[in-house]
Design a protein around this ligand. Sequence first.
Ligand code: BES
Ligand code: ZN
Ligand code: ZN
Length: 468
Amino acid sequence: MNIKLIADEAYTSQNNLHVEFISAKNLSSHKHYKLLKKAGFTAKQESVCCLYEKNILVCGIEDNSNDTLRSSCTVAIKAIKNTNYKSASFTVDTQNIHPIVDAIILGGYEFNKYKSKNKQAKIKDIFLTCKSIKEVQKTFEEAVIIAEATAFTRDIVNVAPDDLNPPSFAKLAKKIAHDNSLECTILGEKELKKEKCKAMLAVGRASCHDTKLLHLAYKPKNAKKIISLVGKGLTYDSGGLSLKPATSMVTMKMDKAGACAVLGIIKAVSELKLDVEVHAFVGAVENMIGGNAYKPDDILTSRKGDTIEVRNTDAEGRLVLADVLDYAQEKVQSDYLFDFATLTGACMVALGQYTTGVMGHSSRLKHSISKSASVAGELTAPLPFNKHLKKQLKSDIADICNISNKPYGGAITAGLFLDNFIKEKNKNKWLHFDIAGSAYTETPWDVNVYGGTGAGVRFMSEFLKNIR
Ligand code: BES
Ligand code: ZN
Ligand code: ZN
């Protein structure tokens, strides 16, 4: 499916379906009102009516917000894919181009890698028509780059864990680096031992795949700011010896979604040619069981030097991130440090499965992210730190415990565990994004279809686009 911006005010052809949005309030003034009424169409949000004789698809919309348009347009693109039309057209302007592009690329997204028979949709071209191309061209191109980077992130999240393991992740990172002219450094187990990344290595010890740390860098001339992104890349999380129940283990290939998001973001930034330097660090690890598995009661010495009492091997992401965050802070002196991780089930309990949890010390930075997210069409919400929750991580035998001693506030205590590994000078530069709920879905919502959603890519790209 190609998406093109064209100048014609109204593109018409016998093979083209034109899409219109209409509210209940304006329905009676539609030129085909009689036909629509006959079809029982009431312009309810998320409802569509195809007037085949007129080559028009009419979509109900309850208000003129971008959020509503994005959802409505997603319903439209799914309906279009079920027809025999070769092309479809939408009328756009600068205001609505972003939600329409997101809906077409992300709402119309399919992952067919493992299907032996592909049902090919007939639709070939989507035309966005507008009065003055000049005004919207740049917005259009940026929106397409960001939506496609989000789809790319979904593609890697959706790959099966046997196909995407730490070594193949490293190969993929090299390819991304090559295709986008990025610098690329890969650390294997030998180098990670030298780097004293013992917490991260312990998590991956029972896996038949080597643990890897990936570092990609986009370095434009005259960069205004330096950004470090860190992603949790658990290519599979069985829970380790604190084994997950069978039903919770299904979908745990998605535990690499933070890593996939940071790769999607650096790809978007390099294609957008933003003048910010971006570093993407990924801890690619598989959490498995075996005779050599790390275990509850183990004491691990982190790269930072702090000792960690392991009380649950399923709280593995924070152990990996502890070392990768420390490595990232030592290698790059950045203006901002963001980590993306499917870190806790507790984040979903707190916020629901649609919202990314945002944690950190800087209210200003959290506010700024919240603005970018609402423009980009992602849901985020702050989860506040406090000193009482921090105490719940105290260990009687080591410097810190990898889980809290109380059952509540699990997303925040996980964030506070990471905070322990953030250097004092970076406290206000850092935010942690818990994407456990938002990164993957088994039921479609908004522009998200079954599987990876690409959470994080749109709001972070929007934030980086506006950085001064
Ligand atoms: N990867 C999981 C978190 C997760 C759960 C992500 C469900 C997506 C969906 C993480 O490694 C984990 O297992 N966390 C534990 C922490 C607990 C042992 C303190 C959890 O959330 O149960
Ligand atoms: Zn886990
Ligand atoms: Zn995990």
